[in-house]
Design a protein around this ligand. Structure first.
Ligand code: C2O
Ligand code: CU
Length: 502
């Protein structure tokens, strides 16, 4: 059982109680791995692709024989995948038919501030335009609130090819909205990456990993009593530390299995969980751990591959990994296991190697030459931020530099083009995400970065008590952006700050 919020906040693992599903759960590796459908543009005009997405309620049979109501982008969870070319703008028109206001953020996108999904830039459902948006809190700057019924989000996508994802970002309500299904993938590609000869087509698989728990009525269980409207005093406790489920979904299916060729696969892994971090390994029937050859990070390809046996992945992080099944006997099962889990959350998904196949893919020793390499000496300033438990509106919450999120306060003001070093320090586990600007990890615990810190990132996992230095250049656009913890419950409970680029 849960004790007090304060006791939860002091827990070193920073994970709340794992919710227990109230319906029977299937054995692992029975359901085929679904691949989210790629959305077709509604049109192209002026060199841009236009898409239309309706946010609406829908339901799906996620567990066999169980109907789960969802909040969706276009009727599915995950939402449809958008595939784009580097530098070719995309306009996504979002219409909101859900019972609540929403906000769309393209995570990892280099996006002008007006389309970045600021937490008070709402897309209203029909009938909401006359309502007062923020009844519960009374602290919002009404000038900061931009509301629309349908919203066109413009993404220039002038950025390195990468696996991005889009998800809800409404102030105070991001975690329950993502939990109910508001998340989808957005891939950016370019010619240079395609010329490398990496595994492609059916051998490139997006894997959106997210834990959930199921209530007796088949819906996703979530501790908030009234997630549709407001946070009631006293209901923060059960999810203060972050909500965990006992079912691992990959692309919306529980512990799925994929029939694979005995060949190389490129796995585009996203941890879309609210609060769960994983430590992944690929294990054969005879207990062999396959190499996880990392070729990319959150913001695209590494300079050169890095080989892991165990890959930690925190909420919102992406890892681009090649796994070679050619040495696995036909009929063999490769289980992707979560070493950080226990019981049912130890399994993630599996590959059944079903046939021999020709494989002309390769993993070149040099993957990309355009990785930014900012030097410490270029930094015009160094900033310190602590991520820890604190008070938010008189209740337990999470704070950055001692302060909970306030949309009316500029926390960081920086100049377009400046290079900065940020020193981040955490009490418990906090995956820290920066909008707009990809960054490099400079150091961890006073030493060099770890192997999986390689490449250009937009989310860095701070483990309990850790200090991590990152370096970035704030270029692209002026305006108001965010940085925050991507434990979605921490984010909703104050662990977010404004970044003003002038
Ligand atoms: Cu993935 Cu500010 O978010
Ligand atoms: Cu956090």
């Amino acid at each position: 059982g849960l004790t007090s919020a304060a006791a939860l906040a002091r827990r070193p693992a920073a994970t709340g109680a794992e919710l227990r599903s109230a319906v029977p759960l299937p054995p692992p590796f029975q359901v085929p791995l679904p691949i989210p459908a790629v959305l077709k543009p509604a049109g192209t005009s002026g060199g841009a692709d236009r898409y239309a997405i309706t946010q609406r309620e829908a339901s799906a049979e996620i567990l066999p024989g169980v109907t789960t109501p969802l909040w969706t982008y276009d009727g599915t969870f995950p939402g449809p995948t958008i595939e784009s070319r580097r530098g070719r703008p995309v306009i996504v028109s979002h219409r909101n038919e859900l019972p609540v206001p929403t906000v769309v953020h393209l995570h990892g996108g280099r996006t002008p501030a007006a389309s970045d999904g600021y937490p008070t830039d709402l897309v209203l459902p029909p009938g909401w335009q006359d309502h007062s948006m923020h009844t519960g809190h009374g602290m919002h700057d009404p000038r900061a609130v931009v509301t629309e019924l349908t919203r066109d989000y413009t993404f220039p996508l002038d950025q390195r090819p990468a696996l991005l994802w889009y998800h809800d970002h409404r102030m105070d309500f991001t975690a329950p909205a993502i939990w109910r299904g508001l998340a989808g993938l957005h891939l950016v590609r370019d010619d240079a990456e395609e010329a490398l000869g990496l595994p492609a087509g059916p051998r490139e698989l997006p894997l959106m990993i997210a834990d959930r728990a199921f209530a007796a009525d088949g819906g996703f269980a979530y501790p908030a009593l009234d997630p549709t409207l407001r946070v009631r005093p006293g209901v923060r406790e059960p999810y203060l530390a972050g909500v965990l489920g006992d079912v691992i979904l990959v692309n919306g299916a529980p512990w799925p299995v994929h029939e694979a060729d005995a060949a190389r696969y490129r796995l585009r892994i996203l941890n879309a969980s609210n609060a769960r971090h994983y430590e992944l390994e690929a294990v054969t029937d005879d207990g062999r751990r396959l190499d996880l050859v990392q070729i990319g990070a959150d913001q695209g390809l590494l300079a050169a591959p890095v080989t892991h046996k165990l890959l930690p992945i925190a909420p919102a992080e992406r890892y681009d990994v090649v796994v070679d099944f050619s040495g696995v006997p036909i009929g063999g099962l490769v289980r992707v296991v979560n070493r950080a889990g226990s019981g049912r959350t130890r399994d993630v998904l599996a590959f059944r190697v079903v046939r021999k196949a020709a494989d002309d893919s390769r993993v070149p020793g040099t993957l990309s030459a355009d990785l930014p390499a900012w030097r410490r000496s270029e930094a015009v300033r160094v900033r310190d931020f602590s991520f820890r438990a604190g008070r938010m509106r008189g209740d337990h919450g999470w704070v950055i530099g001692g302060l909970p999120f306030d949309p009316a306060r500029a926390d960081v003001t920086t100049r377009l083009g400046d290079v900065e070093v940020w020193r981040l320090i955490a009490d418990v586990h906090h995956p820290v995400h920066l909008h707009l600007a990809g960054f490099r990890v400079l150091s961890r615990r006073g030493g060099p970065p770890l192997a999986h810190d390689a490449g250009l990132k937009d989310t860095v996992s701070l483990r309990p008590g850790e200090a991590v230095e990152i370096i970035t250049r704030f270029d692209g656009y002026r305006g108001r952006y965010l940085f925050h913890c991507h434990n979605a419950e921490h984010e909703d409970m104050g662990m977010m700050a404004n970044l003003e680029i002038i």
